[in-house]
Write a protein that binds this ligand. Structure first.
Ligand code: C2O
Ligand code: CU
Length: 469
């Protein structure tokens, strides 16, 4: 218990340093408060994303910031937030990776109506799993997320590992018009829709191109990495730091995995790392990312002072989350799932709005991709599962591009070709030409999206859904 209290003090101090009074106020609310929920306002804001030779950039953010405020609660707590829409267009919030009640999932036209400008919607749900999650707009998300509507959602374990700093780092990728310093307004760009998605020209960590944080020798950190980019796949590594992956997409690994090779983080994926400072005072440690011509800094950690602790032993695994096992694989129903289309693909035609159309006609409609020959979300689900049924989906990527497939409301495991199961995830990166099978227990009733998280792809056809009755 004394350990936990120390943790709390650190967190409070960190929030104060970050100036996030709103987060403190929210967590200080009594759990069963009958007062109006704390609001989360979607509105425009000006943020200094770029070097100061450029003006501040107008973004769409939550509570005037992008990333939005860090929402940090305990496992099994209830999150209550009133989305207030101060934008000029409708919006919703999706709570990515949470095994949530369907009505709270934030998908317009499937689980709720989009919230019109000037109106609000109360989100209210329990957080069954500890881990690193995020929240983002789910209306016109290729534009709204690219403009900044996302933020970290952290669910703390009852017994969290002891660290000196617990840092959520949202990695993002912005397309900035170099003439104005503003977000490029080309959301209908056919090249993005049909190729790798909307890549940017400015990569940030927590909204800063030059994110830095001071550390001491031997400090231990928990880094909660979140890829909030529309399309960029990050390949990350450490310098002056020794690290272990302890969780992926919020879910603890049974054994921490030493980070010896690049960590690949596709859009919407998360990784929790435990990281020890090995750099000496006066040196700089880095979280770095691979670029075509070598590694560049993603987050800078100047090391100074004297460490108060000796180097620690390798971290223990995080406590597992409840009720998560994939069982019944042998008698599971298998649903074939083929991704087709895009530039340099071989899709000739597909069904859009109930009609078979040529690739050329689909292009005219700004649609480029299909799942099982069908473009975009249809009236009927891809599959209807009985609650508790185990489903298997061998995902065939018959396109020239990678795709990050995200399932709402559930986590799945990969069934590897040797029959072993991969880690629990909610988003799987499937490279061009690959077949990767996932399996999950459809135990959460409702209507759930299954889509590519390269958001331009989702907008251009890579969206379907399934129903759990
Ligand atoms: Cu994070 Cu449907 O998405
Ligand atoms: Cu895709």
């Amino acid at each position: 218990a004394p350990k936990r209290r120390i943790n709390r003090v650190n967190l409070t101090r960190r929030h104060l340093l970050a100036g996030s009074g709103a987060v403190l106020a929210a967590s200080a609310l009594p759990r069963a408060s009958r007062a109006a929920p704390v609001s989360l306002e979607a509105r425009t804001a000006r943020v200094q994303l770029t070097p100061e030779t450029y003006p501040a950039t107008e973004v769409w953010g939550y509570d005037g910031r992008s990333p939005g405020p860090e929402l940090r609660l305990r496992q099994d707590e209830r999150l209550q937030r009133r989305l207030v829409n101060r934008l000029a267009q409708p919006t919703t919030i999706h709570w990515h990776g949470i095994r949530i009640a369907n009505a709270m999932d934030g998908v317009p036209g499937l689980t709720q109506q989009a919230v019109p400008p000037g109106q609000s919607f109360d989100y209210d749900f329990v957080l069954p799993d500890a881990g690193t999650y995020w929240y983002h707009a789910h209306q016109a998300s290729a534009e709204q997320v690219a403009r900044g509507l996302s933020g970290p959602l952290i669910v703390e374990e009852a017994e969290a590992p002891e660290v000196d700093h617990d840092l959520a780092l949202m990695l993002d990728d912005w397309r900035i018009d170099p003439a104005t310093g503003q977000i490029a307004d080309d959301f209908g760009n056919l090249h993005d829709l049909s190729h790798a998605g909307r890549y940017g020209n400015l990569v940030t960590t927590n909204g800063a191109f030059d994110f830095a944080r001071d550390l001491r020798p031997n400090d231990r950190l928990r880094l909660r990495l979140i890829n909030a980019a529309n399309a960029r796949i990050f390949e990350l590594g450490l310098s002056g730091l020794e690290g272990w992956v302890v969780a992926l997409d919020g879910m603890p690994l049974p054994a921490p995995r030493p980070l010896t090779e690049a960590l690949v983080l596709a859009p919407a994926q998360r990784a929790d790392l435990i990281v020890d400072v090995t750099a000496k005072a006066g040196e700089t440690a880095w979280l770095a990312r691979a670029e075509r011509d070598g590694a560049v800094g993603q987050a800078r950690f100047p090391v100074a002072g004297t460490g108060t602790k000796p180097r620690r032993d390798a971290p223990a695994p995080l406590p597992p989350n409840p009720r998560m096992e994939v069982t019944g694989l042998a008698d599971a129903r298998s649903i074939s799932f083929r991704m087709e289309g895009g530039a340099m693909g071989r899709m000739q035609a597909a069904v859009l709005d109930g009609k078979r159309q040529s690739f050329r006609d689909l292009m005219q409609a700004g649609q480029f991709w299909a799942f099982n020959g069908v473009v975009g979300r249809t009236e009927t689900p891809l599959v209807t599962a009985a609650r508790g049924e185990t489903l298997r989906l061998p995902i065939v990527n018959d396109t020239a591009f990678p795709h990050a497939m995200h399932l709402h409301g559930h986590h799945f495991r990969e069934v590897r070709s040797d029959g072993t199961l991969g880690p629990m995830r909610d988003t799987l990166l499937v490279m061009s030409g690959e077949t990767r099978e996932i399996a999950f227990v459809a135990d959460n009733p409702g209507d759930w999206l299954f889509h590519c998280h390269m958001l331009s792809h989702a907008a251009a056809g890579m969206t379907t859904w399934l129903r759990v009755t």
